[in-house]
Design a protein around this ligand. Structure first.
Ligand code: PLP
Length: 385
């Protein structure tokens, strides 16, 4: 059986080599490396792709989310100490954007079947200080539901999407994630579904005032050269990254379809009582930035894959509220978030996977036998019948 690397970026890049060499050569020869035509073209293309009127390129995904919240502060919509409901199960950057702005994160538990924020848990966290929901489409699975939309409308909350793992994903009504709320942050970190060759990020929104404020804050706080109305930062998507992203964007839906084909086989063919696989009826539309399974014997399972030459990762081993940087959140009771942090394992799932590699992952998963008995209380139900 072949060794299966978790994420062979050189192979994934090779799928787009011709258009990438063309795009990067054009930038090399242009003499224009920042804030030029490549950025303008990508912002235009990406806004149209996502389905928003505005797109502002910036330095990375954390900046995108941070700039959105900072812009709402500057616009007088958010104030120090305001509470932001947030998916408890996420990458720490989601939380950092909130705390960086002097806002208070209120983590909300996920569901174990979707691994996304549980809309039924929102009401009990609302206080007079609640102002926004920062909703993460984790693993490339849509977290948005009509229930969540109604909740935000009922309580007059901003809905901000963390779309770092979900480029190209569509909600049930056909709209792309990143266009569902007031604003969305996107990351183009190289391993993301739409990845740059370095750092990159973007904000999408339909609100022109917010777009103008984000653009100004990302440009030192300036709208007019050498005039600074606020203390901003420097956060730019450079011409090289913009050209690379614009070259890859037309292939994104096809790349996501290849991820989905691999994921579909995993969901249908992995059958092991020690491994909980996403349920195809809930996950069919996901774009699988990550293919997550849960297992009460994750350590052993990961070692079993490693022995077969199969790379796996954990997303994420320590929940944000349990990190040392958030001592005031450490004691929050979030048992489902913590169970996922204990049990999640990510299997290889990317657009360059071969059938042989997929077979190898499935066979290895199905041949796993836990030596330790399954922890009591952690009994898992096999999904998909
Ligand atoms: C990658 C990621 C980010 C941060 O993006 P960077 O470009 O690495 O700053 C934020 N949120 C989530 C869910 C991510 O996966």
């Amino acid at each position: 059986m072949p060794a299966v690397p978790y994420l062979p970026l050189a192979r994934i890049t090779a799928l787009h080599e011709k258009s990438l060499i063309e795009a990067t050569t054009r930038v090399v020869r242009s003499g224009r490396y920042l804030l030029g035509p490549e950025l303008a073209a990508f912002e235009h293309d990406y806004a149209r792709f996502i389905g928003t009127e505005q797109c502002i390129g910036c330095g990375n995904g954390l900046d995108a989310l941070t700039l959105i919240l900072r812009a709402y502060r500057e616009l007088g919509v958010l104030h120090t100490g305001d509470e932001v409901l947030v998916s408890a199960h996420t990458f720490v950057a989601t939380f950092l954007a909130i705390t960086e702005n002097g806002l208070t994160p209120i983590p909300v538990e996920p569901r174990l079947d979707t691994l996304q924020l549980d809309g039924t848990q929102l009401d009990r966290h609302v206080t007079p200080r609640t102002r926004a929901l920062l909703l993460v489409h984790l693993y490339g699975k849509c977290a948005f539901t009509p229930e969540i939309e109604n909740f935000c409308q009922r309580h007059h909350l901003l809905l901000i999407e963390d779309n770092a793992q979900a480029h190209g994903l569509r909600a049930a009504d056909g709209r792309r994630t990143g266009s569902l709320g007031d604003a969305a942050g996107h990351s183009f970190y190289p391993g993301k579904n739409l990845g740059a060759m370095g750092d990159g990020g973007a904000v999408t929104t339909n609100h022109p005032d917010l777009a103008r404020m984000v653009r100004s804050l990302a440009n030192y706080g300036s709208e007019e050269k050498y005039v600074f109305s606020r203390t901003g930062r420097n956060s730019r998507l450079d011409e090289m990254q913009a050209a690379i992203l614009a070259a890859k964007l037309p292939a994104l839906d096809a790349d996501n379809a290849r991820r989905q084909a691999v994921a579909r086989r995993y969901m249908e063919e992995i059958r092991n009582p020690a491994i909980r696989v996403p349920d195809a009826s809930l996950w069919s539309g996901a774009v699988f930035h990550i293919f997550p399974v849960l297992s009460p014997c994750r350590g052993e399972l990961q070692a079993h894959f490693a022995q077969a030459g199969i790379g796996t990762l954990i997303h994420y081993p320590i929940a944000p509220h349990r990190q040392a940087c958030y001592p005031r959140l450490n004691a929050l009771p979030l048992p489902l978030t913590e169970q996922i942090a204990r049990e999640e394992l990510s299997l290889p799932c990317h657009p360059a996977m071969t059938d042989e590699e997929t077979n190898s992952v499935i066979e290895t998963a199905n041949s796993f036998k836990a030596t330790a008995p399954l922890r009591s209380g952690a009994q898992i139900s096999q999904s998909g019948g």
